[in-house]
Design a protein. Sequence first.
Length: 319
Amino acid sequence: MNRKLISGFYLFAALAVLTTVFAFNVPTASALPGSGTSADPYEVSDWSDLDDIKNNLDSNFVLVNNLDSDTAGYSTYVNTSNGWDPIGSDENRFAGNLDGQGYTINGLAISRDTSDYIGLFGWAENGSIKNLSITNPNISGQNRVGSLLGMGNGNLNVENIVIESPNVDGNNSVGGLIGFTGDTYTGDEIVSCSVYGGTVTGTSDMIGGIVGYNYISTFKKCFSSASVSGNSLIGGLAGKSYSGSSIKNSYSIGNVTGDDSNGQVGGLIGGDYHFTIENCYGTGSVQNNGSGGYGGLIGELDTSEVKNCYWDTTATGTS
Protein backbone atom coordinates (compact mmCIF):
# COMPACT_ATOMS: atom_id res chain seq x y z
CA MET A 1 0.00 0.00 0.00
CA ASN A 2 2.77 2.43 0.92
CA ARG A 3 4.59 1.75 -2.33
CA LYS A 4 1.47 2.48 -4.33
CA LEU A 5 0.91 5.73 -2.49
CA ILE A 6 4.50 6.84 -3.02
CA SER A 7 4.38 5.94 -6.72
CA GLY A 8 1.11 7.78 -7.09
CA PHE A 9 2.57 10.87 -5.46
CA TYR A 10 5.55 10.95 -7.82
CA LEU A 11 3.32 10.37 -10.83
CA PHE A 12 1.12 13.30 -9.75
CA ALA A 13 4.19 15.53 -9.24
CA ALA A 14 5.60 14.59 -12.65
CA LEU A 15 2.31 15.33 -14.36
CA ALA A 16 2.14 18.68 -12.58
CA VAL A 17 5.64 19.58 -13.79
CA LEU A 18 4.87 18.54 -17.37
CA THR A 19 1.63 20.50 -17.32
CA THR A 20 3.49 23.57 -16.11
CA VAL A 21 6.22 23.23 -18.78
CA PHE A 22 3.81 22.78 -21.66
CA ALA A 23 1.47 25.51 -20.42
CA PHE A 24 4.40 27.93 -20.41
CA ASN A 25 4.66 27.75 -24.20
CA VAL A 26 0.98 28.18 -24.99
CA PRO A 27 0.32 31.67 -26.48
CA THR A 28 -2.01 33.94 -24.59
CA ALA A 29 -5.49 34.00 -26.10
CA SER A 30 -5.92 37.29 -27.95
CA ALA A 31 -9.00 39.50 -27.80
CA LEU A 32 -8.18 40.87 -31.26
CA PRO A 33 -10.49 40.13 -34.19
CA GLY A 34 -9.10 37.29 -36.29
CA SER A 35 -7.36 34.04 -35.46
CA GLY A 36 -3.72 34.97 -36.12
CA THR A 37 -3.28 32.77 -39.18
CA SER A 38 -2.03 33.98 -42.55
CA ALA A 39 -5.56 33.57 -43.94
CA ASP A 40 -7.22 35.24 -40.95
CA PRO A 41 -4.67 37.56 -39.27
CA TYR A 42 -5.30 39.43 -36.05
CA GLU A 43 -6.58 42.98 -36.69
CA VAL A 44 -4.80 45.89 -35.02
CA SER A 45 -6.89 49.07 -34.71
CA ASP A 46 -5.48 50.95 -31.69
CA TRP A 47 -2.42 51.19 -29.43
CA SER A 48 -3.69 48.50 -27.06
CA ASP A 49 -4.06 46.12 -30.00
CA LEU A 50 -0.54 46.94 -31.13
CA ASP A 51 0.78 46.18 -27.66
CA ASP A 52 -1.17 42.90 -27.68
CA ILE A 53 1.19 41.60 -30.39
CA LYS A 54 3.56 40.81 -27.49
CA ASN A 55 1.18 38.04 -26.38
CA ASN A 56 1.35 36.25 -29.75
CA LEU A 57 4.82 36.91 -31.11
CA ASP A 58 4.73 34.25 -33.84
CA SER A 59 1.28 35.10 -35.26
CA ASN A 60 0.07 37.15 -38.22
CA PHE A 61 -1.24 40.72 -37.88
CA VAL A 62 -2.67 43.49 -40.07
CA LEU A 63 -3.07 47.17 -39.28
CA VAL A 64 -6.63 48.25 -40.20
CA ASN A 65 -6.36 52.04 -39.69
CA ASN A 66 -3.91 54.82 -38.87
CA LEU A 67 -2.63 55.22 -35.30
CA ASP A 68 -1.81 58.61 -33.76
CA SER A 69 -2.13 60.61 -30.54
CA ASP A 70 -5.93 60.65 -30.87
CA THR A 71 -6.17 56.87 -31.16
CA ALA A 72 -7.36 54.91 -28.13
CA GLY A 73 -4.54 53.79 -25.84
CA TYR A 74 -2.01 56.51 -26.73
CA SER A 75 -1.91 57.97 -23.22
CA THR A 76 -1.44 54.48 -21.73
CA TYR A 77 1.11 53.00 -24.09
CA VAL A 78 3.00 55.97 -25.62
CA ASN A 79 2.49 59.20 -23.72
CA THR A 80 4.34 58.01 -20.60
CA SER A 81 7.70 58.77 -19.01
CA ASN A 82 9.49 56.02 -20.98
CA GLY A 83 7.16 55.96 -23.95
CA TRP A 84 6.38 52.90 -26.04
CA ASP A 85 7.65 49.53 -24.79
CA PRO A 86 9.09 47.81 -27.91
CA ILE A 87 7.55 44.62 -29.30
CA GLY A 88 10.00 41.73 -28.92
CA SER A 89 13.15 41.44 -26.82
CA ASP A 90 16.23 39.24 -26.58
CA GLU A 91 14.27 36.80 -24.42
CA ASN A 92 10.96 37.01 -26.33
CA ARG A 93 11.57 37.73 -30.02
CA PHE A 94 8.95 38.72 -32.58
CA ALA A 95 8.83 35.96 -35.19
CA GLY A 96 5.47 36.73 -36.77
CA ASN A 97 4.27 38.86 -39.66
CA LEU A 98 2.86 42.39 -39.63
CA ASP A 99 1.28 43.92 -42.73
CA GLY A 100 0.62 47.63 -42.25
CA GLN A 101 -1.55 47.67 -45.38
CA GLY A 102 -0.27 51.17 -46.20
CA TYR A 103 -1.45 52.75 -42.94
CA THR A 104 0.57 55.17 -40.80
CA ILE A 105 1.75 55.20 -37.19
CA ASN A 106 2.25 58.83 -36.17
CA GLY A 107 3.86 60.17 -33.00
CA LEU A 108 5.69 57.06 -31.80
CA ALA A 109 7.78 58.10 -28.79
CA ILE A 110 10.38 56.10 -26.84
CA SER A 111 12.69 57.43 -24.12
CA ARG A 112 14.83 54.52 -22.85
CA ASP A 113 18.38 55.89 -22.88
CA THR A 114 19.88 53.00 -20.88
CA SER A 115 18.12 50.18 -22.76
CA ASP A 116 19.18 48.20 -25.86
CA TYR A 117 17.00 46.92 -28.74
CA ILE A 118 14.80 49.98 -29.10
CA GLY A 119 12.20 50.78 -31.78
CA LEU A 120 8.58 50.02 -32.59
CA PHE A 121 9.95 46.46 -32.54
CA GLY A 122 12.86 45.69 -30.24
CA TRP A 123 13.96 42.32 -31.65
CA ALA A 124 12.56 40.44 -34.66
CA GLU A 125 13.57 37.37 -36.69
CA ASN A 126 12.13 34.68 -38.98
CA GLY A 127 9.16 36.83 -40.02
CA SER A 128 8.19 39.99 -41.89
CA ILE A 129 7.21 43.63 -41.40
CA LYS A 130 5.87 45.42 -44.47
CA ASN A 131 3.69 48.16 -45.99
CA LEU A 132 3.90 50.61 -43.10
CA SER A 133 4.68 54.31 -42.58
CA ILE A 134 5.99 55.77 -39.34
CA THR A 135 5.87 59.56 -39.14
CA ASN A 136 7.51 61.88 -36.60
CA PRO A 137 9.01 59.15 -34.41
CA ASN A 138 11.04 60.38 -31.46
CA ILE A 139 13.24 57.46 -30.44
CA SER A 140 15.95 57.38 -27.77
CA GLY A 141 17.84 54.27 -26.63
CA GLN A 142 21.32 52.95 -25.95
CA ASN A 143 22.52 50.32 -28.45
CA ARG A 144 20.75 48.86 -31.50
CA VAL A 145 18.20 51.59 -31.95
CA GLY A 146 15.92 52.36 -34.91
CA SER A 147 12.52 53.86 -35.69
CA LEU A 148 11.09 50.54 -36.87
CA LEU A 149 13.42 47.99 -35.32
CA GLY A 150 16.34 47.76 -32.94
CA MET A 151 17.60 44.28 -33.87
CA GLY A 152 16.85 42.12 -36.91
CA ASN A 153 18.35 38.74 -36.12
CA GLY A 154 18.17 36.79 -39.38
CA ASN A 155 15.57 35.51 -41.88
CA LEU A 156 13.58 38.70 -41.49
CA ASN A 157 11.94 40.44 -44.45
CA VAL A 158 11.35 44.19 -44.15
CA GLU A 159 9.62 45.69 -47.18
CA ASN A 160 7.96 48.93 -48.23
CA ILE A 161 8.55 50.86 -45.02
CA VAL A 162 8.57 54.69 -44.96
CA ILE A 163 10.00 56.69 -42.06
CA GLU A 164 9.27 60.44 -42.12
CA SER A 165 10.97 63.14 -40.02
CA PRO A 166 12.55 60.83 -37.43
CA ASN A 167 14.54 61.96 -34.41
CA VAL A 168 16.57 58.86 -33.50
CA ASP A 169 19.27 59.00 -30.86
CA GLY A 170 21.48 56.37 -29.25
CA ASN A 171 25.01 55.22 -28.57
CA ASN A 172 26.05 52.34 -30.86
CA SER A 173 24.38 50.73 -33.92
CA VAL A 174 21.76 53.41 -34.54
CA GLY A 175 19.74 53.73 -37.76
CA GLY A 176 16.84 55.76 -39.07
CA LEU A 177 15.07 52.48 -39.90
CA ILE A 178 16.96 49.66 -38.15
CA GLY A 179 19.80 49.60 -35.64
CA PHE A 180 21.40 46.22 -36.45
CA THR A 181 20.60 43.50 -39.01
CA GLY A 182 21.74 39.89 -39.33
CA ASP A 183 23.24 37.25 -37.04
CA THR A 184 26.19 34.86 -37.23
CA TYR A 185 24.69 32.62 -39.92
CA THR A 186 21.74 34.32 -41.66
CA GLY A 187 20.99 37.82 -42.82
CA ASP A 188 17.84 39.87 -43.29
CA GLU A 189 16.39 41.28 -46.51
CA ILE A 190 15.35 44.92 -46.57
CA VAL A 191 13.60 46.11 -49.76
CA SER A 192 12.07 49.43 -50.83
CA CYS A 193 12.52 51.25 -47.53
CA SER A 194 13.01 55.00 -47.14
CA VAL A 195 13.87 57.58 -44.49
CA TYR A 196 12.78 61.12 -45.32
CA GLY A 197 14.49 63.97 -43.47
CA GLY A 198 14.96 64.08 -39.73
CA THR A 199 18.09 63.27 -37.75
CA VAL A 200 19.93 60.12 -36.72
CA THR A 201 22.51 60.70 -33.99
CA GLY A 202 24.91 58.46 -32.07
CA THR A 203 27.44 59.18 -29.38
CA SER A 204 29.64 56.29 -30.52
CA ASP A 205 29.99 54.14 -33.65
CA MET A 206 27.99 52.57 -36.51
CA ILE A 207 25.37 55.23 -37.22
CA GLY A 208 23.44 55.31 -40.53
CA GLY A 209 20.47 56.94 -42.21
CA ILE A 210 18.85 53.54 -42.84
CA VAL A 211 20.88 51.07 -40.75
CA GLY A 212 23.64 51.37 -38.17
CA TYR A 213 25.27 47.95 -38.69
CA ASN A 214 24.48 45.79 -41.72
CA TYR A 215 25.80 42.29 -41.06
CA ILE A 216 25.42 39.69 -43.86
CA SER A 217 22.10 41.28 -44.87
CA THR A 218 20.79 42.59 -48.21
CA PHE A 219 19.42 46.08 -48.83
CA LYS A 220 17.71 46.88 -52.14
CA LYS A 221 15.99 50.03 -53.40
CA CYS A 222 16.51 51.98 -50.19
CA PHE A 223 16.89 55.73 -49.72
CA SER A 224 17.71 58.23 -46.97
CA SER A 225 17.74 62.00 -46.73
CA ALA A 226 18.25 62.07 -42.95
CA SER A 227 21.11 64.05 -41.42
CA VAL A 228 23.45 61.56 -39.73
CA SER A 229 26.09 62.27 -37.10
CA GLY A 230 28.28 60.31 -34.73
CA ASN A 231 31.86 59.32 -34.00
CA SER A 232 33.20 56.52 -36.22
CA LEU A 233 31.65 54.37 -38.97
CA ILE A 234 29.10 57.01 -39.95
CA GLY A 235 27.24 56.78 -43.28
CA GLY A 236 24.34 58.41 -45.06
CA LEU A 237 22.74 55.00 -45.64
CA ALA A 238 24.72 52.52 -43.50
CA GLY A 239 27.28 53.05 -40.76
CA LYS A 240 29.01 49.70 -41.28
CA SER A 241 28.46 46.84 -43.74
CA TYR A 242 30.28 43.58 -43.18
CA SER A 243 30.81 39.93 -44.09
CA GLY A 244 28.90 39.16 -47.27
CA SER A 245 26.31 41.89 -46.91
CA SER A 246 25.18 43.95 -49.89
CA ILE A 247 23.49 47.21 -50.80
CA LYS A 248 22.05 47.61 -54.30
CA ASN A 249 20.07 50.25 -56.20
CA SER A 250 20.09 52.59 -53.20
CA TYR A 251 21.19 56.15 -52.43
CA SER A 252 21.60 58.84 -49.81
CA ILE A 253 21.28 62.61 -50.10
CA GLY A 254 21.48 63.47 -46.38
CA ASN A 255 24.36 65.29 -44.71
CA VAL A 256 26.88 63.17 -42.81
CA THR A 257 29.11 64.32 -39.94
CA GLY A 258 31.67 62.21 -38.07
CA ASP A 259 34.45 62.73 -35.56
CA ASP A 260 36.87 59.97 -36.41
CA SER A 261 40.65 59.64 -36.60
CA ASN A 262 40.45 56.60 -38.92
CA GLY A 263 38.48 58.16 -41.80
CA GLN A 264 35.45 55.90 -41.46
CA VAL A 265 32.91 58.53 -42.51
CA GLY A 266 31.15 58.30 -45.89
CA GLY A 267 28.31 59.81 -47.86
CA LEU A 268 26.72 56.38 -48.34
CA ILE A 269 28.62 53.98 -46.07
CA GLY A 270 31.04 54.69 -43.23
CA GLY A 271 33.05 51.46 -43.62
CA ASP A 272 32.53 48.23 -45.53
CA TYR A 273 34.42 44.95 -45.33
CA HIS A 274 33.92 41.87 -47.55
CA PHE A 275 30.85 43.51 -48.99
CA THR A 276 29.10 44.24 -52.32
CA ILE A 277 27.70 47.61 -53.36
CA GLU A 278 26.07 48.10 -56.77
CA ASN A 279 24.18 50.89 -58.54
CA CYS A 280 24.34 53.29 -55.59
CA TYR A 281 25.26 56.93 -55.01
CA GLY A 282 25.66 59.63 -52.36
CA THR A 283 25.15 63.35 -52.85
CA GLY A 284 24.92 64.82 -49.33
CA SER A 285 27.69 66.84 -47.74
CA VAL A 286 30.28 64.84 -45.80
CA GLN A 287 32.36 66.19 -42.93
CA ASN A 288 34.81 64.59 -40.52
CA ASN A 289 35.68 66.72 -37.52
CA GLY A 290 38.33 64.21 -36.46
CA SER A 291 41.87 63.87 -37.75
CA GLY A 292 40.98 61.15 -40.28
CA GLY A 293 39.74 61.55 -43.83
CA TYR A 294 36.33 60.83 -45.30
CA GLY A 295 34.77 59.67 -48.54
CA GLY A 296 31.99 60.96 -50.74
CA LEU A 297 30.69 57.40 -51.16
CA ILE A 298 32.56 55.19 -48.67
CA GLY A 299 34.74 56.21 -45.74
CA GLU A 300 36.85 53.05 -45.59
CA LEU A 301 36.84 50.20 -48.12
CA ASP A 302 38.38 46.78 -47.48
CA THR A 303 38.12 43.71 -49.75
CA SER A 304 34.76 44.76 -51.15
CA GLU A 305 33.22 44.93 -54.62
CA VAL A 306 31.88 48.25 -55.92
CA LYS A 307 29.96 48.43 -59.22
CA ASN A 308 28.35 51.38 -61.02
CA CYS A 309 28.44 53.74 -58.06
CA TYR A 310 29.24 57.45 -57.81
CA TRP A 311 29.16 60.50 -55.57
CA ASP A 312 28.76 64.21 -56.22
CA THR A 313 32.20 65.72 -55.63
CA THR A 314 30.82 69.24 -55.26
CA ALA A 315 27.97 68.43 -52.89
CA THR A 316 29.94 65.96 -50.76
CA GLY A 317 33.03 68.15 -50.67
CA THR A 318 35.26 65.23 -51.70
CA SER A 319 37.22 64.48 -54.85
